[in-house]
Write a protein that binds this ligand. Structure first.
Ligand SMILES: NC(=O)c1ccc[n+]([C@@H]2O[C@H](COP(=O)([O-])OP(=O)(O)OC[C@H]3O[C@@H](n4cnc5c(N)ncnc54)[C@H](O)[C@@H]3O)[C@@H](O)[C@H]2O)c1
Length: 248
């Protein structure tokens, strides 16, 4: 077990399940104390971390609510110690996500969680990281930001916005010891795919040059690298981890 994040506190949103859970487990395995934050309950994630000998606590957080970020961080005894933030929480539209069919409420939901949620998180922790002269922020974009796909209008727009805000904040903070990067995953095996037909699953697999879907732990390994000292010269990047989908 590597201990590259020993002594660091990481906050992972969306840690109840899927990619967020895998990231929380990996950062804890690599030595961080991990704050698992989600609208849903993170108890299972925290228990899995503790059973593996790691250190973790659960936080109830709605990423879209800026005052909720402040109260959650301030409620911790040492709320100013978060030096790694991974903004994983994200949603797809509930209904059709096309120009002519998307509802206003779905547009607001997708933008609220995927864009405003990430901005709220960065705003809440960046000043503390700047004061400490060290910080790592990792946002989750998507292959959908880089390659057109039907039926993902708001989703791809939101993930494109994540690329932009990652670049902008990276430049703003470049002189402070704080790096900001994003990853752009291909289709990944998580509960977000629940309800997808076997036919769609096979067709998504075929769209990746490596003919399969991603596993959450593969994304978590890249995020753990970006969260460490070795990645100090990487900033403002959106790194594709998509089995070659965007180059084939
Ligand atoms: N699974 C994929 O194929 C894929 C591909 C590319 C990018 N992504 C992105 O990766 C991230 C995680 O995806 P996943 O597949 O693990 O999804 P998931 O649905 O399995 O998990 C998302 C988590 O976010 C939480 N969440 C939703 N709204 C929230 C809010 N307002 N506040 C706090 N938490 C909230 C949910 O409770 C859930 O635990 C998302 O940003 C998603 O867009 C996923």
């Amino acid at each position: 077990m590597s201990q590259i994040h020993r002594g660091k506190t990481a906050l992972v949103t969306g840690a109840h399940q899927g990619i967020g859970r895998a990231v929380a487990l990996r950062l804890a395995e690599d030595g961080a104390h991990v704050l698992c934050a989600d609208l849903g309950n993170c108890r299972e994630t925290v228990t899995a971390i503790q059973d593996a000998g790691g250190s973790s606590e659960a936080l109830s957080l709605d990423v879209t609510n800026e005052s909720n970020w402040a109260s959650v961080l301030n409620s911790r005894q040492s709320g100013d110690d978060v030096s790694i933030l991974v903004n994983v929480a994200g949603v797809l539209a509930k209904g059709p996500d096309t120009l002519e069919e998307i509802s206003d409420s779905d547009w607001d939901l997708v933008m609220g969680v995927n864009v405003r949620g990430a901005v709220n998180g960065m705003r809440a922790v960046a000043p503390r990281m700047v004061a400490a002269e060290w910080g790592r922020i990792i946002n989750i974009s998507s292959m959908a930001a880089l390659k057109g796909q039907p039926g993902l209008l708001a989703y791809s727009a939101s993930k494109g916005a994540v690329v932009g805000l990652t670049q902008q904040t990276a430049v703003e903070y470049a002189h402070t010891g704080v790096t900001v990067n994003a990853i752009a995953p291909g289709v990944t095996e998580t509960p977000i795919l629940a309800g997808m037909s076997e036919e769609s699953r096979l067709s998504y697999s075929a769209n990746h040059a490596i003919k399969r879907l991603a596993q959450p732990r593969e994304l978590a390994a890249l995020i753990s690298y970006l969260a460490g000292d070795d990645a100090a010269f990487v900033t403002g990047q959106t790194i594709s981890i998509d089995g070659g989908a965007t180059i084939s």
